[in-house]
Design a protein around this ligand. Structure first.
Ligand SMILES: Cc1cc2nc3c(=O)[nH]c(=O)nc-3n(C[C@H](O)[C@H](O)[C@H](O)COP(=O)(O)OP(=O)(O)OC[C@H]3O[C@@H](n4cnc5c(N)ncnc54)[C@H](O)[C@@H]3O)c2cc1C
Length: 405
């Protein structure tokens, strides 16, 4: 461990690790501080509750960082189709990889698998120090030389401090950056379920008036579910005994995958839209959940954070090659301008979807079902939607660009 680094990343979740790997080929001296050590996955371990639908753009980032083989060799679950429908009418929309000329639309991957594979790569990098398990106890932000006190009492200094420390970011607080927070008034209930029918490599989502219910395919034929429901409904779903939960779930899902036979442990996460008033200050940048959190209905939170990390790395590497300061406002402003627009668009689209589908006005219900069927029938419009969800539209960083699209 050094006492000074060019870049100190606080948080070794998916997003902080992606940034660390992406800086691996630079001349910058980098440290990543992570409080929790992860144990590796064994083939007989049950699936974790925290999984993410990883877009093609994020996959491309991981491939370029050589972390994809580590994910494939552990476990990933491809999905070839998406089927979305409204519980209040006949509105349906389907996306098919074959239609788009690709083999898969994306992959469902446990967050732990993503982290473990990125950590493997980070450990190979001579310019990156992986400081784990170590928690940050105190942060003294300064625009030129921030100080970070670790729980072993060691203090390290940083020219640039990066907050990748999640929704309750200490870095954000230390820099006095406010957030705009708006609860969705929903919790996401997550668990792994066994149904009588195979998932057919499809990501399923049914919009209920109380929130969307997603069944995401796992490698062993089971599904990871995310059931967004009002706070009270979510709490009571978690409290139900296993049999009653299975009955509620199969009904809410219209027996689309048959009966639900077994569920693993359940947890509920409060769903809150958060957006930091700024992602940067001189000598400081926020990425991933530290900068923004959104509704999981389109599975985009981690994907946005991965693109934040890849974009910030590109901006920093370019500045360093041009012998410019990596921590100046002018340099960091490029990152902020690049990512803020993209993230805002996704956040408002998710809020719009959530409000549209939880509205029970009869005229609106008719209109949205008509709209879903209309989009489903016009291929260019449908392709535009799916390209966006796959992270293939927008101003992508170089390492996220795929060929052949
Ligand atoms: C129910 C649900 C379903 C979701 N599904 C999807 C999906 O399908 N697709 C998708 O893209 N996204 C999804 N998301 C969002 C996704 O999980 C998050 O956006 C993503 O995990 C954020 O990653 P991160 O690295 O920014 O933050 P985190 O995962 O929160 O990581 C932060 C890291 O910082 C560390 N840390 C924090 N404080 C300190 C400290 N003081 N010292 C040291 N270390 C510290 C923590 O230990 C942690 O490892 C979902 C979210 C929810 C709630």
């Amino acid at each position: 461990m050094k006492d000074h680094y060019d870049v100190v990343i606080i948080g070794g979740g998916i997003v902080g690790l992606t940034l660390a790997c992406a800086l691996g080929k630079s001349r910058l001296q980098v440290a990543v501080i992570e409080a929790h050590e992860l144990s590796d996955i064994h083939s007989d371990d049950d699936y974790d509750l925290r999984v993410s639908a990883i877009s093609r753009a994020s996959q491309q980032v991981f491939e370029n960082l050589q972390a994809w083989p580590g994910m494939k060799s552990r476990r990933i679950s491809p999905y070839e189709n998406m089927h979305v429908w409204d519980s209040t009418g006949d509105g349906v929309i389907d996306f098919d990889a074959a239609d788009l000329g690709v083999d898969v639309l994306g992959h469902i991957i446990e967050n732990r698998v993503i982290q473990l594979s990125l950590i493997e790569q980070v450990k190979k990098l001579s310019n990156v120090d992986w400081l784990c398990p170590l928690a940050v106890d105190d942060i003294h932000y300064s625009d030129t030389n921030s100080q970070v006190k670790l729980d072993n009492s060691i203090v390290i200094k940083a020219s640039l401090l990066v907050g990748a420390d999640g929704a309750n970011s200490r870095v954000r607080q230390a820099a006095g950056i406010e957030i705009e927070a708006a609860p969705y008034d929903q919790k996401g209930v997550v668990c792994v379920v066994q149904s009588t029918k195979h998932h057919q490599f499809t990501a399923w989502q049914r919009f209920l008036p109380t929130g969307p219910l997603a069944f995401l395919p796992l490698g062993d034929g089971r599904c990871s579910i995310v059931w967004s429901a009002t706070d009270e409904e979510a709490d009571s779903l978690v409290a139900l005994d296993e049999d009653s939960f299975c009955r509620e779930l199969e009904q809410a899902f219209e027996y689309t995958l048959g009966k639900v036979e077994a569920v693993g442990s359940r947890a509920a996460f409060p769903l809150i839209r958060r957006h930091a008033e700024t992602y940067i200050k001189p000598g400081l940048a926020l990425i991933g959940d530290a900068a923004h959190t959104i509704h999981p209905l389109a599975g985009q939170g981690a994907n946005l954070g991965i693109l934040d990390a890849a974009s910030l790395a590109q901006v920093l590497i370019e500045a360093d090659l041009q012998r410019k300061s990596i921590s100046s406002f002018a340099t960091l402003r490029k990152f902020e301008r690049w990512r803020r627009g993209e993230n805002t668009l996704m956040m408002y689209s998710m809020s719009g979807f959530k409000n549209l589908f939880s509205n029970e006005q009869p005229e609106l219900m008719v209109l949205r079902n008509f709209g879903l069927n209309l989009v489903n029938s016009i291929k260019p419009v449908k392709h535009k939607f799916v390209r966006h969800a796959m992270g293939l539209d927008g101003d992508l960083p170089e390492i996220a660009k795929t060929t052949g699209w």
